[in-house]
Design a protein around this ligand. Sequence first.
Ligand SMILES: Nc1ncnc2c1ncn2[C@@H]1O[C@H](COP(=O)(O)OP(=O)(O)OP(=O)(O)O)[C@@H](O)[C@H]1O
Ligand SMILES: [Mg+2]
Length: 403
Amino acid sequence: MESNGIVLIADDNENNLHVLSTMLRNSGYTVRVAKNGLQVLKSVGISLPELILLDIHMPEMDGYETCKRLKSNPDTKEIPVIFISALTETFNKIHAFESGAVDYITKPFQVEEVRVRVKTHLLLRRRTLELENALSEIKRVQSKLIQAEKMASLGVLSAGIAHEINNPINFVYAGINSLIKNFNELKAAIDELVAGFAGCSGECEKDLEKIKQRYHLDKKLKVIPELADDIKTGAVRTTEIVKGLRLFARSDQEPLVMSRIEEPLETALLLLKNKYKNKIQIIRQFNPDVPPIRCFPGQLSQAFINILDNAIDAIENNGKITISTDIDENLVKIEICDDGRGIAKDIQNKIFDPFFTTKAVGEGTGLGLAITHGIVEKHKGTIALKSSPGTGTCFTILLPINQ
Ligand SMILES: Nc1ncnc2c1ncn2[C@@H]1O[C@H](COP(=O)(O)OP(=O)(O)OP(=O)(O)O)[C@@H](O)[C@H]1O
Ligand SMILES: [Mg+2]
């Protein structure tokens, strides 16, 4: 028969112990007994009961002290404690409740009353547990929904911005290249003209000098190419951001194909080789039993590039990156761990947000992990991280084997 619950009874009186445990066993409970407070603490240390019936007067350690200790231990503080005592003064009852009891029964007790109270408090405890679990599940789902919603609206916004910026930045980019080319030609013509006048004598040479000074010619010939270069750098950077935004919004359709997960991983490693060679050791721990999965390999490469790129950045001098694959029930598990600087706890929940970056201006757009997150979600997978500053960071991606 299935037990109705595990009850620990503590009483130094053999007769009470016998009566209570017989009654509770007959009502379907699993019963454990203790003769004093110390035995109670020892017993809960071995395995947790669901409810404790506690006498007050006991040798070694009384009920009040026992209850206080149970309530100060995180493992046992939620176990309901009912006092059963011959002490009938209000003072004793208040003391019992203050030390953490949920109920107080006076001796001589009525067996039926004890049974009903035990049943009620066990039920209350179980309902509370159910509510707590439901609440934490609601919170988990809620934060996932908020994240999904945020990503979806940011996706639409990003696609719009990328589209709007794309045309004008192309003009700037094409324009500046042609401007530099034209300027170089103009400069050659000016140099030629100046050289042509160089030989002329008297007024003519003076006139040339005057013109050069009036228009600050030498300075301008030097500054204009520098300015043009700055504009070009800005345009290149803007183009990169637009590219990142498009990847983040990802509307292009690559076909779903069967692929081994090692393939996009190797593509990512190949593309980043220049960045990590001579600096970082790559350790591959690929489980050959991992089956191919239906996926968008190009997008997965992008997702892995973004993670690996950060891992490389996080390693200051020399270090290692371990990439492992495995099967976890009906999921493929990919783990990418670095021994770099790690991520502070207070920013760990922000790193997937678009535009969140700790990198210097011009070094990171903050889109890398947002893109990765979107790609993993598109594969109906999950991504999580474990990191401690100074030790390193591990990203774990789980992707369903059968989509
Ligand atoms: N492996 C890692 N170790 C340490 N910090 C990391 C790691 N991965 C990510 N981060 C942190 O998360 C932030 C966000 O990463 P993300 O890839 O989204 O953007 P980014 O690298 O700053 O810029 P981008 O990738 O767009 O060039 C980084 O700025 C960095 O602070
Ligand atoms: Mg990055």
